[in-house]
Design a protein around this ligand. Sequence first.
Ligand code: KMH
Ligand code: ZN
Length: 309
Amino acid sequence: MSKIIITCAVTGSIHTPSMSPYLPVTTSEITEQALGAAEAGAAILHLHARDPETGKPSSLVEHFMGFLPRIKQASDAVLNISTGGSAVMTLDERLEAPKSAEPEMCSLNMGTMNFALYPAAERISEWKFDWEKPFLEESDDLVFKNTPRDIARILTELGNERGARFEFECYDLSHLYMLRHFADRGLVKPPFFIQFVFGVLGGMGPEPENLTHMKLIADKLFGDDYAFSVLAAGRHQIPLTTMAAAIGGHVRVGLEDSLTIARGRLATSNAEQVAKIRRIVEELGRELATPEEARAMLGLKGADRTAIR
Ligand code: KMH
Ligand code: ZN
């Protein structure tokens, strides 16, 4: 088995500040937690921005540029900027920061879907900020829009025009076929780095059979032209990533997708989750990929060819 790439998704746009005091939201918190995750073994940092005053997911370039240069100066980790942003943002908003930062990697969500966060609102009794409750509750009527036109635009504007490579977010079997379609159209070339996403309400559930079936179909569609990674929401994070590591995949952890380190215990940092999955994958006999090794495996352009200064 090849070396294993740990991605850490540091803050995301799913969780809200009332859910955990450890969720990084300010520029310093995001910077420090990202650097801690890289030091703990993450080769790739998947990044979203937040409004530092309120913790609300933000698409503003100035919020991204608060932490991107600081992380780049202090670490050689691959910086991967979300193009999913938050489902409440327009595609123009979602693309503003990645287009201006021209990172080595971007996420790319491979289908339009529901992305329902409202069950989480029931578990919170005290809210820190006014925006949080409606943000979660109104996701019962929200469409996370990623049409073929949107996907083509991201492949063109970030991939072909700015040299980014992608973390293809596949929440469902159908998303693998959409990636195959764009490969057939010649808009994207291998090697493909496919993130199998489990446990989002609107995507596939965290059953082990779903992982083996996704791998089976991806093997058929992409042969040797792809590598897969796994992320799973909430308490499914470590079991599903462990299974991925055992069958030759890569792994993604981080507070974006799970706030806990064990049943009922909040993780106090992203680094804590990275350290945990690192212990597990090393016990399984897998060696960690360094950022340079991840760049070579994924065909990335290199940190010096981004617009992050
Ligand atoms: N939080 C993941 C389930 C993106 O940023 O483009 C999805 C994600 C999407 O990371
Ligand atoms: Zn994300």
